[in-house]
Design a protein around this ligand. Structure first.
Ligand SMILES: *[C@@H]1O[C@H](CO)[C@@H](O)[C@H](O)[C@H]1NC(C)=O
Ligand SMILES: *[C@@H]1O[C@H](CO)[C@@H](O)[C@H](O)[C@H]1NC(C)=O
Ligand SMILES: *[C@@H]1O[C@H](CO)[C@@H](O)[C@H](O)[C@H]1NC(C)=O
Ligand SMILES: *[C@@H]1O[C@H](CO)[C@@H](O)[C@H](O)[C@H]1NC(C)=O
Ligand SMILES: *[C@@H]1O[C@H](CO)[C@@H](O)[C@H](O)[C@H]1NC(C)=O
Ligand SMILES: *[C@@H]1O[C@H](CO)[C@@H](O)[C@H](O)[C@H]1NC(C)=O
Ligand SMILES: *[C@@H]1O[C@H](CO)[C@@H](O)[C@H](O)[C@H]1NC(C)=O
Ligand SMILES: *[C@@H]1O[C@H](CO)[C@@H](O)[C@H](O)[C@H]1NC(C)=O
Ligand SMILES: [Zn+2]
Ligand SMILES: [Zn+2]
Length: 615
């Protein structure tokens, strides 16, 4: 169980740190940095297409509320922070009034786990508690729960008691319950937020909204996730869809393709064959769109405040069977984009709410000491964009330098030759040139595993383990086994496979040629299943390289029969012992032979290394 949870946690995110510049203590909080992104950005060229109903969509923000503040491309494309976004929303709401249209704002979950703003709280705190207060200040019409709200009961309870009430009935958790004590102290399971909401838009259009979570199985005790296929058979659900609204707003933390939105869609269509249905999804961190019929559109809007999704729909006469007119767009989340689409000059752009949110987030970063600097990274180190092994690979740096150097500090065993193996999923996010802060460490390397070792393993036995570990992954016997394993990871919340497939596919579509042409900037290149071009700005894709499942340190220069310390992370212990016992017959190694190598945990070694090597 714990293992599965770590696998699930070993997935998520893959980009940089929200590096907040410290506030001056002059009390004015006029952050010059916010006036413009760190590098000049080119604006979009096509205005948005507005309709009767217009929607701005965020998803999988994972604490990236100060945006992406590194200078390496394409990070500046995602430099807008939540304050900038709030200003954008205000201007777009005014635009909607000017156009006599409706504008709704929707988020589809995963507010926890990703940056220091959510995860860098002092001991005794609750993940996301402080950062979520800023999201609550943005006028969301509907928010849906994500799986990252449910790995730890205390976080789920915080969402139930402190966050959901601020949404006034619009924090939707259609298939998610939490168990709390009732007035008599007896445990009682109740919806964590609200199962559905019925409301009217500013223009008086009637909306019936849901917030559905995929079949998630790694939720903490005392939280319940009902399978989507069961949810659509619930009486409350059938009651909720009986009356026909002007449109259904089916939000959820679930990918819009290859998951269960069709179950909800079909259940509604069985009762209302022509009512417009808008679907907003998330979770797999990609940009995606599909139409399940001509009177519906489903949009998914990326991750980490990199992408803001836009959808518009024109309504027609009730009962009409004609295809509805829709549009969708994936905006790069930066101020240049926001100013272009809201037609506000930079000097007129920030609203007072926007400024308050930005300054509040910067204060939070300061309170959590996220700017504490371990050292200065000499170059970018990337996970997917460079081959492994190579000098640009974060995984090479980690296994060959970071861990060996950090573990040798104050360690009585450091004079004994050693060899280190870990899983490649052990790092979450790239490290970019420039200051390496506490926030960067949380973003890149958040997992809290122990470093273990077995002494007196011959070097040749230790080094034979790695290729076998890696081939086990590749050969994994049958397609069925592979499929079962993937399903298991997926049910636990791991979307790494899908996200990396998406990156690989965009690079394969002539990525190299597009980069070589030199007339496009780097970024996401979306090929979804909706008509027309979705990306607001045409980009060339980032390079993509596949990775082995396991990686290792350099081999010590001793003879192959020399006894060494064989170091590894606790996460892979069982698998590693099995393989070690298959490559040599001198001894049978068991858990009794395993000792703790260091008091450092995996989430601390980068900082120690940066202090040693990057100072
Ligand atoms: C995005 O990043 C590229 C560099 O890859 C930069 O040239 C461009 O101006 C950035 N901004 C926008 C809005 O695309
Ligand atoms: C679940 O919560 C109830 C009520 O707070 C508590 O009595 C019970 O011990 C909890 N169950 C578990 C498995 O923690
Ligand atoms: C969720 O809570 C409601 C209200 O207490 C209860 O009727 C329902 O059975 C619960 N659902 C699940 C799946 O536990
Ligand atoms: C969710 O679980 C139900 C019931 O086991 C199953 O029918 C459905 O296919 C599952 N959904 C996915 C995407 O695996
Ligand atoms: C990697 O860096 C090392 C040390 O600076 C250098 O000797 C080596 O040639 C580099 N390798 C490549 C492939 O650039
Ligand atoms: C190593 O020991 C020194 C002296 O006790 C201490 O200041 C330092 O923090 C230690 N470093 C690590 C990584 O444990
Ligand atoms: C180390 O292992 C060898 C055989 O693999 C054994 O002969 C030797 O006694 C062991 N030494 C220690 C200190 O455990
Ligand atoms: C970029 O250059 C390529 C190759 O010269 C050309 O085919 C393509 O149309 C250009 N794209 C843009 C957006 O200018
Ligand atoms: Zn997510
Ligand atoms: Zn998720």
């Amino acid at each position: 169980m714990h293992r599965l949870k770590s696998v699930a946690r070993a997935i998520l995110l893959l980009f940089t740190a929200a590096q907040a510049s410290a506030c001056g203590d002059d009390g004015t909080h006029d952050h010059g940095r916010r006036a413009a992104p760190p590098v000049p950005l080119s604006p979009p060229t096509r205005p948005l297409q507005w309709g009767d109903i217009n929607i701005l969509h965020t998803t999988d923000t994972h604490g990236w509320l100060l945006g992406h503040q590194k200078k390496s491309f394409p990070e500046p494309n995602y430099s807008g922070d939540l304050g900038d976004f709030a200003s954008f929303v205000s201007h777009m709401k005014q635009s909607a009034i000017d156009r006599d249209a409706d504008l709704l704002l929707v988020d589809t979950g995963d507010l926890h786990d990703g940056t220091g703003l959510s995860d860098g709280f002092p001991p005794g705190g609750i993940d996301g508690h402080d950062s979520n207060q800023f999201l609550a200040q943005v006028p969301y019409d509907v928010m849906a729960i994500g799986n990252h709200e449910l790995y730890i009961y205390a976080n789920a309870l915080d969402m139930h008691t402190n966050f959901a009430p601020q949404l006034k009935g619009r924090y939707l958790t259609s298939n998610v319950n939490i168990t709390v004590a009732d007035k008599q102290g007896n445990p009682v399971s109740i919806p964590l937020g609200n199962r559905f909401a019925k409301f009217k838009t500013r223009k008086g259009r009637r909306v019936t909204a849901f917030g559905v979570l995929f079949n998630f199985t790694s939720n903490d005790k005392n939280t319940t996730v009902q399978q989507v296929s069961d949810m659509v058979n619930e009486k409350w659900f059938h009651d909720a869809i009986q009356d026909e609204p002007d449109f259904f707003l089916v939000t959820g933390h679930m990918p819009v393709q290859r998951d269960d939105f069709p179950l909800v869609f079909n259940a509604i269509r069985a009762v209302h064959s022509t009512t417009p249905i808008v679907i907003l999804g998330g979770h797999s961190h990609i940009r995606d769109c599909v139409q399940l019929d001509g009177r519906s559109m489903a949009l998914e809007s990326g991750r980490y405040m990199e992408t803001i999704g836009w959808m518009s729909m024109d309504l027609d006469k009730r009962g009409s069977k004609k295809d509805l007119k829709f549009s969708r767009r994936y905006l790069d989340a930066n101020r240049v984009t926001y100013e272009f689409h809201s037609r506000k000059r930079s000097s007129k752009f920030s609203t007072s709410l926007g400024r308050r949110i930005t300054n509040g987030l910067l204060d939070l970063a300061k309170r959590f000491d996220l700017d504490f600097m371990f050292g200065t990274a000499p170059q970018d180190y990337v996970i997917n964009q460079a081959p492994y092994p190579s000098n640009q690979s974060l995984l090479s740096l980690y296994a060959e330098q970071v861990v060996p150097v950090a573990l040798s500090v104050n360690n009585t065993r450091s004079s004994i030759p050693s060899y280190f193996v870990t899983n490649s999923g052990s790092q979450r996010f790239d490290v970019f040139a420039g200051p390496f802060t506490r926030n960067d460490q949380i973003v890149a390397s958040p997992f809290t595993n122990k470093f273990l070792f077995i002494s007196n393993v011959t070097l040749s036995s230790a080094t034979s383990v790695l290729p076998i570990l890696n081939s086990q992954g590749e050969l994994r016997r049958s397609v069925d086994d592979l499929d079962r394993r993937e399903k298991e990871l997926y049910a636990g919340g791991n979307i790494d496979i899908r996200f990396r497939q998406w990156l690989e596919a965009m690079d394969k579509r002539m990525g190299e040629e597009k980069r070589a042409a030199g007339n496009l900037t780097l970024g996401y290149v979306t090929h979804d299943s909706c008509p027309g071009v979705g990306d607001d700005i045409p980009h060339a894709p980032l390079p993509f390289f596949s990775l082995p499942d396991f990686i290792a340190s350099g081999v010590p220069s001793v003879t192959s029969d020399t006894p060494i310390d064989f170091i590894f992370v606790d996460f892979i212990q069982d698998q590693l012992l099995n393989v070690l016992n298959s490559v040599q017959k001198d001894r049978v190694f068991s858990a009794d032979d395993v000792q703790v190598y260091s008091t450092l945990l995996t989430n601390q070694v980068f900082g120690v290394y940066a202090q040693e090597a990057w100072n």
